[in-house]
Design a protein. Sequence first.
Length: 563
Amino acid sequence: MSGSDVGEELGVRAAQARALSLLRIRSRALAVAILPAALAVVLFAAGAQGRLGGPAWDTVRWSVLGVAAGVLLVTVLVAVSVARARPAVSPTVPVPERGAPDLYRLVRDLAARLDVPPPSAIALTPDCDSWLEDRTHRAYRRLRQGQPGPASRQDAPVLVIGSPFLWWMRVAELRAVLAPVVAGTGPSAHPDIAAARRFVRGLDAAVADAALPGRGGLRGAPLTFVGWIARFLLRACRDHAGEMERCAAAAASMRAQTVDHGLRISAQEQVGLAYAGWDRLLTRVALPAWRMGRWPSRLDVGVVSALTELSRRDRLADGFAPRLGERPACDLLDEPGAADEAASLLAARLFHGGPAESGPDWAPVDWQQYPDEVVDRKWRTEAARLHRVLDTMGVSPASAADPAVPTLARVVEHLSRPGGSGDELAAGIGAAVAREEAGRPAYGGPSHGAPAPTVPGGGGAADDPLDLWGPGPLPLFPLQPPRTGTELLADHVAAMVCCAAVDTAGAAPGLDWLDGPALLVGGERRADLAAPVLSLVEDGDPDPLRSWLAEVGVRSDKPVRLV
């Protein structure tokens, strides 16, 4: 027996020991619940045999019986609530086998090499992570099948794969990354571990169910009590559950060492690179589009471009781009474009908020259209807001001949005026942005629109990936903290400068894969605008910006087109 086999066996045994501890907690809770009933049985049996007679013992017997009935009723209520509660399930895009037979074949071959059960299904998540997810809870199965009756048992967990991995990683790299994840189906198949996980997930779901809004009053009192009982049991289970999962993960990792061990090191480097590129793409590129009511429909394609650009700029990533000549893992999907679109819409709903269907104010945008439909529109919208706030403040226009014409000179002169320091303007812009955001529709869950698209061959309208998260408002995971007034003012002034450059100097809006919206002058990106703008906004010094405008050929006195 090799060292890895011994380590794996020890990990499984440790996980099993913790699982048994969790099941003992469940058994003790059940024993406490039936103890009054057992005592009542003993007392009535003694009375039937002529022992413990008299009015006093009769009173004791019926009192204990009443307590036992109450405790059993509470026990049934808790058990039913735990059984009916829906455990939190990660929003994902389902990948049916008929839409990705090659991917399923790779995963099953990997499971066979690891000698573990294959996952029951595969799904994509718009994030850089992969895991196994248990979806065997009866409430979840009934929901997915759309019927109130019992559902067929689905023992193996679902394999959730980060969609950026499929586009950035090569097939061999993806197999190496998924090896320790797929190996986790081994511990999942252990009866004690599976039972312990169902117990903990049921308690967690009951706690979450009791905490939902609208559970107050007399009707919510029983659920509140159930939530208190479930929370008490969860606290008792916490340490054992955490240690069980750590031991199970260690056992899976030891088993996976026999598969693609050498390649796993380089594949993990690609995981770290994917994290960096995905974060930059979401915060710098996707977020401006989402704020404009557009959702990029090919985020996973974009992450490849972003990471390729990162490998060009960063010497630490040098050498990663030549891998792109190998077969990408997204080739394992029959229609990778449809999968990318579905994952991109889900990312927009999770990280920013938005409806599940496209419309006039929430439409997909291709990367070729991004500069015109997102960048240029963003600049002109912010420039228009800037001038509206100046109008509200009573700031006189720079051109007396035509006061209705918006110009960059008006902004520069106001901020460079002695005693101007930009604070009032920043506060006005912040208030205007807050009012506009408050006036936008509060997009909720699936009840506000049709479900997100799925990979071809999926279940269609019945498979909304956010259904189990309820109708609460999104976003679930905000990407950025609120911007300060100074940051907002700097953004708006820079937007006005870019509009003037486009309208008077022949510049053009562009897209930088790592930094988002970009100003192109002569086909080259100008990344030196931030410092002159900050000098004007923070210090009231217009000279650096005027020098920049003269270098680019921008006429600050010319009118600028606004939205």
